[in-house]
Design a protein around this ligand. Structure first.
Ligand code: HEC
Length: 403
């Protein structure tokens, strides 16, 4: 028992520490990439600029002025010191992957597997999740390097269909929560791989050519630019997907995959607004109308109810004792002062459902997690039936009476 508690505390501590690092690295990465996109778009060219310079921008920050100029390809002489931006991206991926292992792969039966979707063993679920990360990244690389890679719009459309199809597939293999995290991790992996396997190597080649006194190939820069544009448009959807595991109505309802499909549209559209504005090409306000319509569609879709079998409305309100029986039988093994579900040390998220008063008190949270969505029980490990959900629904609909 002592070892077991130590193990649980260690896992919690690891999860919290890695998550902290992951969020900070993500902020640093997204922050620097948004900064450079803005800078790149706001460069203005004029006659006095030296040869090979694309443009100039003046900025004010932290009590001083900055004069920024961008050399296309490279300057005629390499500077002695050059700052590279890569560890923000690498740290985000490394910490994110560690978090994926600690939270999802090591707790696969709660967070990755839903037996009613697909009955898998824990190692199998982790294997499928990890294998598909690698396979889908390769598929993306092939797309970008094929002739399709030369047609920006066609690549974007096919890439979109590819991601939506994967989301649909993942929601039919993993639990809703697992599927959302999986597609988020997949897009994140593609983005970091763009930095690691394309942008950085080509930048190194450019620098090496310069030092050797050769003319760098402009194609190298163009390759990096293409991937950098992809990363720009994928950023906002990834952040949504990473936060979505706190919102059962998104990941554990019937049209969860459609919600992701809409987010994959809203994110790039919002980026388009800022890209246009920073480039001085006006403010395409229509983008906000599209984003608002998308968010309304998500709200409506998220009200469609839990995944899986539906049962008709009940004519009567169940007695409160029936409700407490359901909760005791399906929830309290975890949500108690002293949980007895293996791997759960304290009531998850501090939510205790082991007395009638606490059940009544948490009525709203029970509604979101187990009535309006099928987030709880996780992976339906305690096998709540559709009829029991229906009884909880009727109880909630009647205002959660405690009689
Ligand atoms: C196998 C253990 C287990 C069972 C059974 C279980 N839960 Fe949970 N529950 C969890 C875990 C783990 C979390 C924390 C999830 C997270 O970290 O996001 C949680 C979180 C919650 C939360 C808090 C969500 C939030 O937003 O903070 C509520 C409410 C909840 N469960 C309700 C229920 C209800 C109602 C049932 C029964 C129908 C149930 N749970 C059954 C493990 C369980």
């Amino acid at each position: 028992m002592g070892v077991c508690v130590l193990d649980l505390v260690l896992t919690e501590w690891l999860s919290a520490t890695i998550r902290w690092l992951h969020v900070i690295a993500g902020i640093a990465w997204i922050g620097s990439s948004f900064y450079f996109i803005h800078l790149d778009l706001s460069l203005k060219s004029h006659k006095e600029l030296p040869d090979g310079v694309k443009g100039e921008a003046w900025q004010v920050h932290g009590g001083g002025f900055y004069q920024m100029i961008k050399f296309m390809v490279a300057p005629s002489k390499m500077p002695d010191e050059l700052t590279w931006f890569k560890w923000e991206a690498y740290t985000t991926w490394l910490s994110g992957f560690a978090l994926l292992v600690v939270v999802y792969y090591m707790n696969a039966s709660l967070f990755l597997i839903d037996k009613s979707v697909w009955d898998m063993t824990e190692p199998m679920a982790a294997g499928v999740a990890f294998g598909s990360l690698a396979a889908c990244w390769i598929a993306y690389e092939v797309m970008c390097r094929s002739p399709l890679g030369k047609h920006e719009v066609a690549l974007a459309l096919i890439g979109y269909v590819f991601l939506v199809a994967l989301t649909y597939a993942f929601t039919h293999v993993f639990s809703g929560r697992g599927a959302f995290t999986q597609i988020g991790a997949l897009i994140g992996t593609i983005m970091v791989a763009n930095v690691f396997a394309i942008i950085m190597p080509y930048q190194r080649k450019t620098v090496a050519a310069m030092i050797a006194g050769q003319e760098p190939d402009p194609h190298w820069g163009a390759m990096g630019k293409q991937r950098s544009v992809h990363n720009n448009y994928l950023t906002l959807p990834v952040v949504f997907l990473m936060l979505s595991n706190h919102y059962p109505l998104f990941f554990a309802t019937q049209y969860n995959w459609l919600i992701v499909a809409i987010v994959l549209l809203i994110g790039p559209v919002i980026r388009h607004f800022f890209n246009s504005q920073h480039a001085g090409k006006g403010s395409p306000w229509w983008t906000w109308a599209v984003a608002a319509a998308g968010m309304i569609a998500i709200a409506l879709l998220s009200a469609a109810g839990p995944r899986g079998e539906k049962v008709g409305a009940l004519p009567t309100t169940p007695k409160f004792s029936e409700v407490t029986d359901i909760v005791s039988g399906r929830c309290s093994m975890c949500h108690a002062k002293e949980p007895f579900w293996p791997g759960i040390a304290t009531a998850p998220n501090g939510v205790r459902l082991d007395t009638p008063e606490l059940i009544k008190l948490h009525a709203r949270m029970i509604a979101i997690n187990a009535v309006k969505s099928s987030a709880m029980p996780p992976g339906n490990v305690s096998e709540i039936t559709p009829e029991e959900r229906q009884k909880l629904a009727s109880w909630i609909a009647a205002g959660a009476p405690d009689k």
